[in-house]
Design a protein around this ligand. Structure first.
Ligand SMILES: Nc1ncnc2c1ncn2[C@@H]1O[C@H](COP(=O)(O)OP(=O)(O)OP(=O)(O)O)[C@@H](O)[C@H]1O
Ligand SMILES: [Mg+2]
Length: 381
């Protein structure tokens, strides 16, 4: 994590003095990349500490695997041959694509590390469907991939292999045979947690000098409403100049989020505490289309402030944000939650969705009580 922060801080410093726009753009791109990597690492730690919800959607494992292999190719030395074979057209899964991608990436990076001394090194990734019972490895207590047809993803390498006596330890948190500073030993334990949460199983076949094959089984879904992953991650849905009341006690985040929202074509009124937010809302309730608020704040927290605002306008659209994910929100009405750090594209879609669903109508035209929808709980176990 410190390495990513060092990268971000160093490049920001150089960026401040950059003389050309091109150089500044390059620096910003690498700051963004380091930020994404740091977010992925925090994500791993949160999965590991069970502080993160699974946040699943219908997707195609074919896209997840293809994206992971493309990403990995950039970080794998060219002398290592990577082959990807996909047998089948569609692999519908109900999954968190980002988390599954991390699992695959970690396994490919493990394979790369095991290939350092191997002549003609190669990594073979294969995705197929199978009816075979493969749950010989570590499986979820509620494994749903055992019976019937399931997805099987294998990642094989011809590296140094894993001796039998340590095979039982590799899924332990912080177990690593790598040099200090090169491995955290969290990769496979996080992978196991992720697969377990997706009701699947993981197995490993290996021996010294025989290479290694990891297998992941996941249950297939009915494939409803698959949204291509790439589309999901980059598509921006701009606002229509609606006014957002933004509440965050961290001045730097308040500033960045304001700029992101403005960039997404919203008007923003920002404040750092719940009580002041409530005052602003009382004065400008007819103008405010949506409230986006941090949850944990000193004084009046976001949850309490929203409850007061909802007394004035019960169908007020609200998005809660937090760095934590298992926070209970008790507004008694429908709420949406986005975990920090958020991607602008992801946020833009959530904003449109919430505004569309809630109607974003001026309060005067709404009957008291508003519409009741199914509560959307913040992510939790
Ligand atoms: N493909 C592989 N070939 C040989 N050994 C492997 C392979 N994959 C994993 N291992 C062994 O399992 C250990 C644990 O792997 P894990 O991914 O959990 O942690 P790590 O790779 O050491 O560190 P990181 O947290 O950076 O992933 C590795 O240190 C290595 O000894
Ligand atoms: Mg690893």
């Amino acid at each position: 994590m410190n390495n990513f922060l060092a990268g971000i801080m160093g490049r920001s410093y150089i960026g401040k003095n950059a003389r050309s726009l091109d150089k500044a753009k390059r620096l910003f791109a690498s700051i963004e990349a380091d930020g994404n990597k740091a977010a992925a690492l925090v994500n791993e730690l949160m999965i590991f500490s069970r502080d993160i919800s699974i946040d699943e959607h219908h997707c195609d494992a074919r896209d997840i695997v293809t994206t992971a292999v493309k990403t990995a190719r950039l970080a794998i030395p060219e002398n290592i041959e990577i082959s990807l074979r996909i047998d089948g057209d569609e692999f519908p899964v109900f999954a968190n694509a980002g988390q599954i991608e991390q699992v695959i990436l970690n396994m490919i990076y493990n394979a790369r590390d095991a290939l350092a001394e191997t002549p003609a090194p190669h990594i073979d990734i294969r995705l197929r469907k199978t009816r075979q019972a493969l749950c010989t490895g570590r499986r979820s207590p509620d494994c749903a991939a055992c019976d019937g047809e399931k997805l099987l993803l294998t990642i094989s390498d011809n590296g140094h292999g894993i001796p039998a006596d340590i095979q039982g330890r590799i899924f332990e948190p912080f177990y690593t045979t790598k040099q200090p500073g090169t491995g955290t030993g969290l990769g496979l334990s996080t992978a196991f947690q992720t697969v377990q949460r997706h009701h699947g199983s993981i197995f490993v076949e290996s021996g010294p000098g025989q290479g290694t094959r990891f297998g992941i089984c996941l249950p297939l879904s009915d494939g409803a409403a698959i949204v291509p992953d790439e589309e999901r991650s980059t598509q921006i849905q701009p606002g229509q100049q609606e006014t957002i009341l933004l509440i965050d006690d961290d001045p730097s985040l308040l500033c960045v989020s304001t700029e992101v929202l403005q960039e997404l074509n919203y008007r923003v009124t920002g404040t750092g505490n719940g009580r002041e937010a409530l005052e602003i809302f009382r004065r400008r309730q007819h103008e405010i289309a949506l409230v986006m608020t941090d949850i944990v704040m000193p004084g009046m927290n976001g949850d309490a402030a929203v409850r007061e605002m909802k007394k004035i306008r019960p169908d007020l659209p609200v998005i809660f944000t937090s760095g934590y994910s298992d926070i209970e929100i008790d507004t008694g009405v429908s709420t949406r939650f986005v975990r920090k750090p958020f991607h602008a594209a992801e946020l833009s879609r959530l904003l449109r969705e919430v505004l569309r669903q809630e109607g974003a109508s001026p309060p005067a035209s709404q009957p008291a009580g508003g519409r009741q929808r199914n509560p959307v709980r913040p992510p939790s176990d």
